[in-house]
Every structure is written in structure tokens, then in C-alpha cells.
Design a protein around this ligand. Sequence first.
Ligand SMILES: [Zn+2]
Length: 289
Amino acid sequence: MKKKKNMKRVYIFIAIVILIIINVTVAVILITNDKKKKPKNNEVITTTTKVAKTTTTESTATTTSSTTSKTTTTTKAGEKVNYGNVLEPTGEKIVIGRSSKGYEIYQIKGITYVDGYLIANKTYGLPEDYNPGALNSTVKSAAAKMFEAAKNEIGKNMWAQSGFRSYSTQKNLYTRYANRDGKEKADTYSARPGYSEHQSGLAFDVCATNKPCITSGFNDTEEAKWLADNAYKYGFILRYVKDKSNETGYKYESWHFRYVGTELAEKLYNNGDWITMEDYFGITSEYQD
Ligand SMILES: [Zn+2]
């Protein structure tokens, strides 16, 4: 009887030892696989060298890192796509249509242009792997001049709070808003991934000292008024004009500015009665689904 009981204990002990060995083996296999996977990951690698202040405001809030970062963009196949300077596109031109105002709509390396101007709206998205990693350098220096002028003319401090946003950052942002407010509402103030002008590296949101930031509270500030009256002199346009969401696809955003150069900016400024890019070129801004 006693011997039998002892044998039972031995069996239980052996069973426990076997279970421990199995567990340890599985753990080792999992860890090894994980380590092997890492070097294979050749998706977009972004190294951000400076992260700016982030803000969370009402419905239109956007949180982003600022403009100084370096990026290596690699395709899934491992071959690098060189998108070049999007302000001076080079490469094979593929015509995809003609606008209602007679402009040719074409793509170079998957980026849509009209009359040499990059278009990023609800109709024309950007390639997922197009990732300049920062604001375009021309845009950055034009913005610096504009903010310097604002400081000199009205004594206000302004800066580009939210500049370049990658496809994946936009994906996180849009998903968060869509989960909170539903897709339909989110679409009125936030772009779906691949459709944000912020991904182009040509647009940014302006904030000012002690003023509501990236929210409708900025609309009636002295700063917003100055920007709407002067941005064109530095090559920027008020992109989402008041009461023209049927053209742009977005609500009025007094803080979102897009670089197009002074020539087109002055035309769109239209002596203070801003014309949208969509109206000027005769293009739509609507999702296909
Ligand atoms: Zn914006």
C-alpha cells in the first residue's frame, strides 16, 4: 500500500517535470522566432529626432511630431522608391483624366498632379509608402518667413504645430476619431489614411501663443485673420475655406495652410475671397466608397 502511494508520487513528480520542460521549450522557440523576424521588417523606418509639444483639443484635434526628422522609405520588395522633390516632380507622367475646367489630371510615381501642383484630397490619395519624413525644406523656410512677418507686423508668436504626418500616423489618428465619433462624422474633419494633405509634407497646422490650438476656437483670433490676409504672400493658401466643404470635403479650418508657391497662392487668395484648389482646377474631393 505504502509502496503504491510512493510510486504515485513519483509519477506526479515526473509529469510536473515534463510539463515544465515543454513550457520552457515553447518559450525559447517563441523568443527565437521573434528575434529572427525583426531584421526582416523592411517597412517604413522613421527616426524622429525632435518631437514637438502635442495638443489635444476638441473634435478637430491633431497630435503630431514636428518637422525635423529623417526617413528611410523602403518598399515591401526591398527596393527604394525615390519620390524626389514633389514641388518639382520628375518621372513618367501617366494621364488619368481631364478636370471639369479642362486641366489634365496626371500621376507621377502614384502621386496626382494638376498643372504641376500636387493634389491630396478625398478623390486623390497618396501612395502608402510615400513618406518624406518632414515638411519640404522650401515649405519650411517659407513658413519661417511668414511667422517672422507675423511677429513683426502684429507682434504675435505663431508656429507650425502639426506638419508632416506619415500614412501610419494618420491611420492611428483616423481610427481613433472614427471609433469615437463614427466614420461619417470623422470624415468631415479627419482624412482617411493616404488622403491627408499632411502626408505630402506641403501642409501644416498653425498654433499661436495662448490661443486655442487646432480647433474652431482659433477662427476668430487676430492671428487667424492675419494668416488669412497674408499667407498668400509667402506661397501659402488657406486650404479648407469657410462654407466650402462641398468643394474641399472638409469643414473650415482657419489653421491649416498648404504651400503652392506665390503665383497660385495669389490667384486663390482672390483679394481675400479665397477660392479652393478644387474649384480653381475643377476637381472633386470625394471618397469613392
Ligand atoms: Zn491640418
